[in-house]
Design a protein around this ligand. Structure first.
Ligand code: CUA
Length: 302
């Protein structure tokens, strides 16, 4: 993304420099050219000019439209990650960045990624608003408590790159920094296999699902008191109110913390809240578990 952002940036700077010089130059030129030469010198009255009016309306309009279309195309490219991404969860807290790989690796203030693969970060905060900024990749987004925001980038060169918190978040805001380590795919595989004694996020979620007794109501056989979760992620469900909602990370999160907010049609609002019982990291594990139920056959014994 960096070359595209830079191209637009330098175009804007070039444009500003060009018009600044042009206007400053003309001011000086006209000041000299039309300076008052005698005591009785009086300028000629001017009564407008259609051609001039049209020129200074249409030219800026065309220039701003170029900037708008160009800027929008870069913005949309930044806002829409490719279909196949490597997802990493990010939890910001005062004052550190926690990165969780789907395979289970957990990192603090350091993020390892392989070269050449689009990486999507799904981010939330445990406390206040933070903002994750990767200057080298030209991507940056707010990280908000109670919500998931995403950014994506595709590393192209191995190396270490700075990451910052770019939203004032308290005493040690300036220390809320870290590094992205971009590695060759083979090195990355070696790095991956070096950790994760605790298993993948989805496996952690499966254990939680059982220990929180979610499985007593959410059963795969449609006999439970709660909706069947198998194959649910990514689908659209109808609510009691008749509205529909897409089952995404935000909906799963809300359903765990505020179950009564959006009750699926045909079910009773009997699920207790898990607010305060699960951490942000555990929520992510549960979400990954629900995602992993995608490819599981409808009937299975657990
Ligand atoms: Cu977190 Cu500033």
């Amino acid at each position: 993304m960096a070359p595209r952002v830079d191209a637009l940036y330098f175009f804007l700077v070039g444009l500003a420099v060009f018009f600044s010089l042009l206007i400053a130059g003309l001011i000086v030129f006209y000041a000299v050219r039309y300076k008052r030469r005698g005591k009785d010198d009086i300028g000629v009255a001017i009564h407008g000019g259609l051609a001039l009016e049209l020129t200074w309306t249409i030219v800026p309009l065309l220039i701003t439209m170029v900037i708008f279309v160009w800027g929008a195309s870069v913005f949309f490219a930044m806002a829409s990650p490719p279909a196949e991404t490597m997802n990493v969860y990010v939890v910001g807290k005062q004052w550190m960045w926690k990165f969780q790989h789907l395979d289970g690796q957990r990192e603090i203030n350091e993020l390892h990624v392989p070269i050449g693969r689009p990486v999507k970060l799904i981010m939330t905060s445990e406390d206040v608003i933070h903002d994750l900024f990767f200057p080298a990749f030209r991507v940056k987004a707010d990280v908000l408590p109670g919500r998931y925001t995403t950014i994506w980038f595709q590393p192209t060169k191995p190396g270490r790159y700075q990451l910052f918190c770019a939203e004032y978040c308290g005493t040690k805001h300036s220390g809320m920094i870290g590094q992205v380590v971009v590695m060759d795919p083979t090195e990355y595989q070696t790095w991956l296999s070096g950790g994760a004694p605790e298993g993948s996020l989805a496996e952690g979620g499966a254990k939680l699902f059982a220990s929180l007794a979610c499985n007593t109501c959410h059963r795969p056989d449609a006999q439970g008191r709660g909706p069947v979760l198998e194959g649910l992620f990514g689908k659209t469900v109808t609510l009691q109110s008749g509205e529909t909602v897409a089952v995404d990370e935000a909906y799963v999160r809300e359903s765990i913390l505020t179950p009564s907010a959006k009750i699926a049609a045909g079910f009773q609002p009997i699920m207790p809240t898990f607010q305060g019982l699960v951490t942000e990291e555990q929520l992510l594990e549960l979400i990954e578990y629900v995602k992993a139920l995608q490819n599981v056959p409808q009937v299975q014994t657990r």
